[in-house]
Design a protein around this ligand. Sequence first.
Ligand SMILES: [Zn+2]
Length: 375
Amino acid sequence: MGRDIPLGRIAGIKVGMNVSVLIIAGLNAWILADNNFPILVPGLTPTDYWVAGVVGALAFFASLLVHEVGHALVARQEGIGVRGISLWLLGGVARLESSPRTPGAEFRIAVVGPLASAACGVALLSAAYVAPDTGRWDLAGTAAAWLGTLNLVLAAFNLLPAAPLDGGTVLSALIWWRTGNQSAGKLWAARSGVVVGLAMAWWGLQHMGGNESGGYGIWVLAVGGFIAMNAWQAMRAAPLFTALEGVRVIDAMYASPPIARAGDTVADFLRSLPRDTHHQYYPVVGDHGRVNGLLTADAIRAVPSTHWSSLRTVELAYPLDRLTVVSPDEPLLSAVQRMDSGDVRTALVVDPHGRTVGTIDPRALQDAVTARANT
Ligand SMILES: [Zn+2]
């Protein structure tokens, strides 16, 4: 979800969407205007159907947004910063800056999304119920009924107790609450996610052909595959999660990385780099000592060496807004979760005085796990 199209802010929270949303909205509008609405409410003009189709398709994404804003607002109430909300092909995601510290907070943040969808569903179905049964009003009521039903279905689907769905997080929080063991909660939600995802993908495969359910089969296959893959990753991460409980960022980070100055060329920087350094990530620091990006050894290697003397470090670096910034005293696990939700799986460790004191990447995590296993 790297390149979001910005849509503005809701309650101060950045909202963006992936270009895939436009494709799905267009497809939805077309199916509604060309097929569903003319059958359900005959006798109106194509313009009427298209207006209703486009408004209905856009309102669908607006209702997904209501769901995600629900997550984001409750997270903020629980003292957790929100990086932003992204809409994409299979729905939306509210990216949080850290993970909840208590099972209660985790439960509340997760459950509010489906509740918001259910509330949208009930409101839209009520509107459909009171709309007059004639002409364009009938069409508007039909569109509202379609969207209301879809929201209720989404609420129920999201409550399935399977990671990464909201219901999976609810299950995980409940196990955490009952047993005091956060890892166990995550592991069971992930296992359940693999089973539910594979079952959905199987069903989708069986229903790919044929006219009556052909359109839905491929959709269920895609969503099921996505759930199974996500849950599989979460299951594989579970031992890491157990191993890292109680470890802080400062215990695992690569300390004192070589600093690249923003104004220098890549060639200048490489000349200043100690020959025997084991660091692969280099914070880029501007004039006032403020960090504004991260240069990686991989990025340098990807550019022909003939360009090194004309390219500035800051031009080649990942900009700050695509990086995760963590503090040295933060639990390593919450840092890892924030890194996973970011674009680049590397974090800058910045102390309370704004100084960059280290970097963390998957290799550093692996080292921390090994160190833990050996003590
Ligand atoms: Zn949700």
